[in-house]
Write a protein that binds this ligand. Structure first.
Ligand SMILES: [Zn+2]
Length: 242
């Protein structure tokens, strides 16, 4: 046999109002908390765009270095061809002459390959520069976008903070109407569950957990007694009390 406690009277209107205010507080607090995360997410995108510009510049640097190296090699080859050609006239025999000819042919061939490679690299450098310009534009756009986002979020957070102050004041005002006997129970449950400390009754069921309620419990609720759902523990109230 459950021990009989004196019934605490509380109006459905007050519980509905408290429920609404707590929902509002949760929602506004969420908006305030999400603000910095939204800005940080945008900042990550700016960082990525900035990294893409750095990567594009690095690719240009690497290709330029490679082109310079190959140009140096090409000049060395050409000089060697030149000096080998000079030696042709001084060749002491057919065999030496043929060997020089072969060497010159090999060097000319190698020079031609180098020239092609250098040309390819220069074309690639043009493309890389176009790419870098694109990345720079993207970074610019991203930064402007981030500036806009930061201003927007800042404004929204400020507005949510103001509304939060108003909602907290409404909550305090409404809490003054809670009967003293039920106050500590209310504070305990609200501290633990926030807006889920309340549930309206739809038909004969708790809207918080869908539990069917006994007729006895529903009658007590109709008599404006402070009751809680036997399943989910929420304070129960009629949605449309007369
Ligand atoms: Zn319930």
């Amino acid at each position: 046999m459950a021990k009989t406690e004196p019934a605490i009277e509380i109006s459905a209107e007050l519980l509905a109002r408290l429920h609404r205010i707590h929902r509002q507080v949760t929602d506004l607090q969420g908006q305030v908390d999400r603000g910095p995360r939204r800005i940080a997410a945008g900042e990550t995108l700016v960082q990525k765009a900035r990294q893409a510009v750095t990567d594009a510049a690095d690719a240009i640097k690497r290709s330029k270095l490679l082109a310079d190296q190959k140009q140096l090699q090409l000049r060395e080859r050409e000089q060697r061809v030149h000096s080998l050609q000079g030696k042709l006239n001084e060749a002491s025999g057919n065999r030496e002459y043929e060997l020089l000819k072969e060497q010159i042919a090999a060097d000319v061939q190698a020079s031609s390959v180098l020239s092609d490679e250098i040309l390819e690299l220069l074309e690639r450098l043009d493309q890389l520069e176009i790419d870098r310009q694109t990345r720079l534009r993207e970074l610019d756009e991203r930064q402007i976008e981030q500036q806009r986002l930061a201003e927007l979020v800042h404004g929204e957070v400020m507005a949510a903070r103001d509304e939060l102050v108003r909602a907290e004041a409404q909550r305090e005002e409404a809490e003054l109407l809670i009967p003293a006997a039920g106050k500590s129970e209310y504070l305990r449950l609200v501290a633990a569950r926030g807006e889920d400390a309340f549930a309206s009754v739809e038909g004969d069921s708790c809207s918080g957990c869908s539990q069917m309620l006994t007729t006895q419990l529903v009658s007590r609720m109709i008599l404006s007694q402070m009751i809680r759902c036997p399943n989910c523990n929420a304070f129960l109230y009629r949605r449309n009390p007369n």
